[in-house]
Design a protein around this ligand. Structure first.
Ligand code: F6R
Length: 241
């Protein structure tokens, strides 16, 4: 795991966009794993700018998102499908995008189908991750064991509270999600995790310096051969070096 600490969040986003740019220039038909939430928004802005400047061509890129809320249709304003279209897809020339469906008639089958689709695409070249305050990645919450494949997961109370900001009331925040599993994420050839702000400092400390445990799901990333972590000073503030 390589950890870089930057002065501020804007620099994190520019560095992340640089790594995506290198990936797409090296392999124009890259398969990218994408995330939602506040963390990647500035990176997506940078990617849009690079596309508009004629540097990045997404026409042969395929994407798979980490997760989706169960029960929200794609046109719901808080669905991750909607988020991705607003924040990235509608601004670039991408044709092949995938998110797991939150409203499939058989959600267990949807989990299997999503895994299969990723395999058929040849696996993920570069997976982008944020991290929850409790150390979750995707929506794999702290648990007794690492969930391997794409799965239906109950959101932790702290995650529901953290995501409350996007909904008018806490009652409206979905309590379950469909998420790539830890195994799905670990099979990506390279992983890029971003974290900004003091609220992430404890999770980052545990991820980098604590034990590898399903109680802090992101800690498993230390056993992946190619993980880059980009932090601002605040997120890195509790690291010992
Ligand atoms: C989003 C996802 C989550 C977020 C995490 C951090 O697709 O899978 O793991 O990355 O909850 O969220 P933000 O970025 O809003 O702090």
């Amino acid at each position: 795991m390589i950890v870089h600490v930057f002065e501020n969040a804007a620099q994190v986003a520019r560095a992340a966009a640089a790594l995506f740019t290198a990936q797409i220039l090296k392999k124009p038909d890259s398969v990218l794993g994408l995330a939602t939430g506040s963390t990647p928004i500035d990176t997506y802005q940078e990617l849009i700018r690079l596309h508009k400047d004629g540097i990045l061509d997404f026409s042969r890129v395929t994407t798979f998102n980490l997760d989706e809320y169960v029960g929200l249709p794609a046109d719901h304003e808080q669905s991750y499908d909607y988020f991705m279209r607003q924040q990235l897809f509608s601004h670039i020339n991408i044709k092949s995008t995938h998110l797991p469906s939150g409203i499939a008639p058989d959600m267990t089958q949807e989990c299997r189908d999503y895994e299969e689709l990723i395999k058929q695409a040849g696996g993920i070249d570069l997976q982008l991750l944020g991290i929850g305050n409790n150390g979750h990645i995707g929506f794999n919450e702290p648990a007794d064991a690492f969930p391997y494949n794409t799965n239906i997961t109950s959101l932790a109370d702290s995650t529901i509270k953290a995501n409350r900001r996007f909904f008018t009331s806490e009652d409206e925040v979905p309590k379950t999600a469909i998420s790539m599993g830890i195994g799905t994420i670990m099979e990506a050839r390279s992983i890029l995790l971003l974290a900004m702000g003091e609220g992430k400092a404890d999770a980052i400390l545990q991820m980098v310096e604590g034990p590898i445990t399903p109680r802090l799901p992101a800690s498993i990333l230390r056993s992946h051969p190619s993980v880059t972590v980009l932090l601002d000073k605040a997120a890195a503030s509790k690291l010992s070096c």
